[in-house]
Design a protein around this ligand. Sequence first.
Ligand code: SF4
Length: 488
Amino acid sequence: MITISKSSYIRGLQCPKSFYLNFFHNQFGISRDEQDTTKFEIGHDVGRYAQGLFPGGIDCGYVKTNDRVNSCKLTKKAISDGVEIIYEAAFEYDGLLCFADILVKKGNQWIIYEVKSSTSIKDYHINDAAFQYYVISNNIPVLDAFIVYLSNQYVRNGEIDIRQLFVMKSVKNKILTLQENIALITIQLKKLTEAVNIPDIKISKNCDDPFTCDFKGYCWKDIPKYSVFNIQNMRGKQFELYNMGVVEIKDIPSSFHLNEKQLLEVNCFLKGNDYVDKTAIKDFLNKVCYPLYFLDFETYMSAMPEHDNSRPYQQIPFQFSLYYQKAEDSEPIPFSFLAENAGDPRKSFIENLIAQTNNPGSIMVYNAGFEKSRINEFARDFPEYEEELMNINGRIIDLMEPFRQKAYYKPAMRGSYSMKYVLPSIDPKYSYDNLNIKEGGQASSEFLRLRTLIDTNEINQIRKSLIDYCNQDTYGMVVVLDELEKIR
Ligand code: SF4
């Protein structure tokens, strides 16, 4: 008989087709890549720390037994032996399987603690805890169920204080109301495991909610590279079109309401025209003062705060790239800062940043909210630099603005105003395809990987790739501003 795990159940809630494909056509899904491994490691790390809230338990988990049946047997034995704290306690009921992160005995009943590596309780956490409660309460008496998550207010100071780091919240009342549903849903999911054909379910907003589905590549394979799904800010209207049988831009009925910017995108695509609003670009350029700096940050984050004066999931800047242009007709001069492979990079980052931007003049960034937030966090965590940092923030100009406002648009941008689309659309030789590191997430994981390496050649190669990637984003701004200047 097929066993339905908690993750399969959650998958089935998101989409029965995904549940079915995962059972019978797993090869259609994405392969587990480095980012998934990182997610697993984060969850495992947080779970291990949370066990410290209830020390002295015994572990019955899959990692220890390598077999769900053994985990269930070990849990049963621990309970009958009188063990009062169990980690990764495994239970089966009516073909359903779950593991409780921490199970604690109180009197004759048990309390479930489910650990989440997030800083708040999400809706799917409630479904997840409800499934656990359903399976476990059909095995042993359950007094309460808590979700344990990370406090975003916690600031590390010395050793991690797990009592301050974790928040525990009872969700029993919420999950009790879902118990009847679970019985009904699992009946439907079990029926699906006997179905011969793949369920006929159309793509929908569920494909990305609450998670990006593993089978998107399979179900979305016929959606063209540029379609109604690329138009900006459609807020669900793209599925209205899709359900009317409209996928291609050219098929959007003229009666279908699109806002001014969406219409601009569509018309540029259909006519193959660029769009330029000269007045808006002029207004933007009038704000720019030389000497000019072009600046881009790279960051990483970790669930458990690694350094003093840092919080769970705080973005830690480890690299910046800067081009300094004295006057409109001078050559931009590059500077790169890349932190040492280990240790807290922030002080050295701040000092280099202040030293390299100490002349007056505008500081150009792309998507200013990101860099400004990191600088505000620097000022909060290192108040001794507050004045210089606030001076930097006050000089920042967001080069993304004319593109976000669609004052400049090319069909090759495919509805996006991200630098990854804007830059190659202006000058195709600046494609990101030729770089070893192609996006920010990869830059963070490569930087973190440096800590685990000993081969100097490999370390140097990664550090060079990091510098190349960050430089491309920054030099890209020089190219983009130059393009806007030509219009003035
Ligand atoms: S991609 Fe969408 S339709 Fe396909 S299985 Fe996933 S959620 Fe379901």
